[in-house]
Design a protein around this ligand. Structure first.
Ligand code: BGC
Length: 291
């Protein structure tokens, strides 16, 4: 996969809306969980950081049977690391979040802090698990709304960016185009997309030793180009549609997609490159004030 090389990487990544250190981040990773996870050990705000001593912190250990079944050292088609960290060929030393620290057992520690669950949960890799999120927008000239190509997720029924996991050795722009096509039927070259975010994401599956990181890229389509696209839900999608980005839909998006969409709208409101009129930008700025 391609790693961040841009000189302005941190400038781009550390936007308030999606900055892991900003208030309001690392909430889902402490308070939400997929149904099969045990209850999270409660982690108060002031005890999130590993550097803060938390006497009595004993999070339950959980690894999904699905992850164990996909151990790539036992199953040639498997997508998961072996359960014994010592058998992992290359333990990750860094991620989009920077250099990683490990615990006494050699397990990488969540870069934002404690989550209340040890082990990998539903995530296959020890440490960062990489996803890619294609954010495709258009303006609906009838309603005036900015709309985003969105899917209804198979697992929880929430509307979401049609993202997915980066396959081993796959370039992120390939993942973006592949997931977009698999889930929505839309074929687009994502190499030209504008990077909105790269880094840690607040996901309900995150644990102390395994977490999601993503690369989100944005492409804005003209009305004519968007009208030519045939939408077809596939793969992990129950449905696909141009979702109007109104406060209610944006706030209820999956995982940290609300923050990613807000960051996208912020860029659309402030830049010339998407081909938007000053009037469109003004409307987006007004909308962002409502969020
Ligand atoms: C989803 C991405 C999301 C990531 C982190 C992946 O499963 O497909 O859209 O950004 O998880 O939440």
């Amino acid at each position: 996969m391609d790693f961040p090389a841009e000189a302005d990487f941190f400038g781009k990544v550390h936007m308030t809306a999606v900055n892991p250190e900003a208030r309001g981040w690392h909430i889902k990773a402490r308070t939400e969980r997929p149904p099969e996870y045990p209850a999270r050990f409660p982690v108060p705000d002031d005890l999130v950081l590993w550097e803060t001593v938390f006497p009595g912190y004993t999070p339950p250990y959980y690894v999904s049977p699905v992850v164990l079944k996909n151990d790539c050292t036992k199953n040639p088609a498997g997508w998961a690391d072996p359960e014994d960290i010592k058998e992992v060929r290359e333990t990750p030393r860094e991620s989009f979040s920077g250099a990683l620290k490990c615990d006494e057992a050699g397990r990488p520690k969540n870069p934002v802090g404690r989550t209340g669950i040890a082990g990998r949960g539903l995530l296959g890799k020890w440490g960062p698990n990489y996803a890619a999120d294609p954010i495709i927008t258009r303006i609906n000239r009838v309603t005036g709304d900015v709309e985003m190509l969105a899917i209804k997720r198979q697992d929880n029924g929430q509307w979401a960016i049609p993202g997915g996991m980066v396959d081993k050795g796959e370039e992120v722009s390939k993942t973006l185009a592949r997931e977009l096509q698999e889930e929505t039927g839309v074929v687009l070259d994502m190499a030209e997309g504008h990077v909105i975010y790269r880094g840690y994401v607040d996901d309900p599956r995150n644990t102390d030793h395994a977490w999601m990181e993503t690369t989100a890229k944005h492409v804005h389509l003209s009305g004519e180009t968007a009208a030519r696209m045939n939408l077809r839900a596939g793969s992990d999608a129950r449905a696909v549609r141009w979702l109007p980005l109104v406060p209610e839909t944006v706030r209820n998006l999956y995982a940290s997609h609300c923050a990613l969409v807000k960051a996208t709208l912020g860029e659309m409101a402030g830049q010339e490159h998407t081909g938007l009129s000053e009037n469109d930008r003004e409307k987006i700025r007004a909308f962002l004030d409502l969020l």
